[in-house]
Design a protein around this ligand. Structure first.
Ligand SMILES: [Zn+2]
Length: 436
């Protein structure tokens, strides 16, 4: 048996613990979802090195940004469900990647810099519709230990819903909330005991369906002996609901309690989070918004986000392919307009043509692939993006190296780089808040 004291003192693998000394710091963890970019991608020819091995030869955000801040986040969060799937063979990782992950361990697989933290969790969002979590506690502990994480989050089951003045959860729904909360607490207690000789630092997950029940969970976890609490299931909550819950738990926290908000960023609330005892957050929202949001695709440190310019591939975009197949859109015309649009955008970036003529070509293609109605609605937003040239004002490595391509909505290599840009914007906002 390992000496009792190892549970309370940082283990050998745990090279730094910034949270103990700087509790006012808010750490940002970047959740892994196999998001990397291929450095061999040629934006002009739209080709890549054919010998490139996915993931191994690709770059994560911490390998792309190196100038302003050492890195665009303080650590990475990796879910067992993302690496292993839910036991049905399906996962975001190929078998080869999974084997390499377990062989190389967390830090080496992600090529994480020494000072960067690593956190593991179960990925409860992926099994939210299961009756019970699909993992056992010993499997979770093995996952954290084998991968050499700094922090490991207890096995949990997400509680649905949150009480509002108009709708208080009752009946069978309330029974299910209670069952899941109780199950999560029982699992947390077993997890804490089972991980007492482990090399990672345990986090216990708190779930609830109003501020009082969240506070009950937090109190129970603290009583078990947890020093680190993860607030789970808050992603669908409105910001005032998150803040009222944090205010409710604040009086129960000890001076050295660390609080992680799972899946939450919300830069407008950074100050409130810090004031209410939150010590770390994680979120993929800035990355996802680059290609999932209707308008807020390209973030900036000050001011409103910009819409990215849609130039779908005439032979790769699903919606466009469907229209071509049905005869609604002429394929040759689509190809020509696509090429002309890309050419015009490049020329505009180089200041070889005016805004108006760029916009004309762009709108012609937009009308073809999106229809006249949608094209009319997005025109003003495109004009703002093009005339403001935000990619020229950003000094990040992505914008500096690929110029206007960062704001073109087209294919994973461009869209993901825009997501990476958004991540470093979030981190800049966070650093700005911390230095105020
Ligand atoms: Zn940038």
């Amino acid at each position: 048996m390992v000496a009792y004291s190892t549970f309370f003192s940082p283990p050998v693998l745990h090279f730094r613990s910034p949270w103990e000394s700087t509790l006012s710091k808010l750490n940002y963890f970047f959740p892994d979802s196999q998001d990397f970019v291929d450095p061999s991608f040629d934006f002009l020819k739209e080709t890549r090195n054919e010998h490139r091995v996915r993931q191994r030869d690709d770059l994560y955000p911490h390998e792309v940004f190196k100038r302003d801040f050492p890195f665009p986040y303080d650590g990475m969060l990796v879910s067992k469900a993302v690496v292993d799937g839910l036991g049905n063979g399906e996962s975001k990782y190929t078998r080869a990647q999974r084997l390499r992950f377990y062989r190389a361990k967390m830090k080496r697989f992600f090529r994480l810099p020494e000072q960067m933290l690593s956190m593991g969790d179960c990925g409860a969002f992926t099994y939210v519709h299961h009756e019970n979590p699909p993992y056992r506690i010993d499997e979770i502990i093995d996952f954290y230990e084998d991968s050499q994480f700094d922090y490991g989050v207890s096995l949990d089951h997400i509680v649905f819903g949150y009480d509002t003045p108009k709708k208080i959860i009752t009946g069978a729904d309330l029974d299910e909330c209670c069952r899941r909360q109780q199950l999560t607490l029982e699992l947390a207690e077993k997890f804490l005991i089972a991980s007492k000789d482990a090399h990672f630092q345990p986090f216990g997950v708190a779930h609830g369906w109003n501020k009082e029940t969240y506070a009950e969970s937090v109190q129970a976890l603290l009583k078990m002996g947890y020093k680190r609490i993860t607030m789970g299931g808050m992603v669908p909550l409105k910001t005032p609901q998150i803040l009222e819950t944090l205010a409710e738990i604040k009086p129960h926290l000890k001076t050295d309690t660390q609080v992680h908000l799972l899946g939450i960023a919300r830069p407008e609330s950074f100050n409130d989070f810090i004031r209410l005892g939150v010590t770390s957050i994680d979120s993929t929202t800035p990355l996802a918004q680059a290609f999932k949001d209707k308008k807020n695709n390209y973030h900036v440190v000050d001011g409103d986000a910009y819409v990215a310019i849609r130039v779908p591939q005439s032979d790769g975009n699903l919606t466009l392919s469907r229209k071509i197949k049905s005869g609604e859109v002429d394929q040759d015309r689509a190809r020509i307009l696509e090429r002309l649009t890309l050419k015009a955008l490049r020329a505009y970036d180089n200041r070889e043509i005016e805004l108006e003529s760029t916009l004309n070509v762009l709108m012609e293609y937009e009308t073809l692939h999106a229809g006249e109605d949608k094209a009319g609605k997005i025109r003003a937003s495109y004009m703002r993006t093009l005339s403001d040239r935000p990619w020229e004002k950003c000094d990040c490595e992505v914008c500096q190296s690929i110029g206007i391509n960062v704001i073109i909505f087209r294919g994973a290599e461009r869209n993901r780089r825009r997501g990476f840009h958004n991540i470093q914007v979030l981190y800049k906002k966070l650093q700005h808040t911390l230095t105020l």
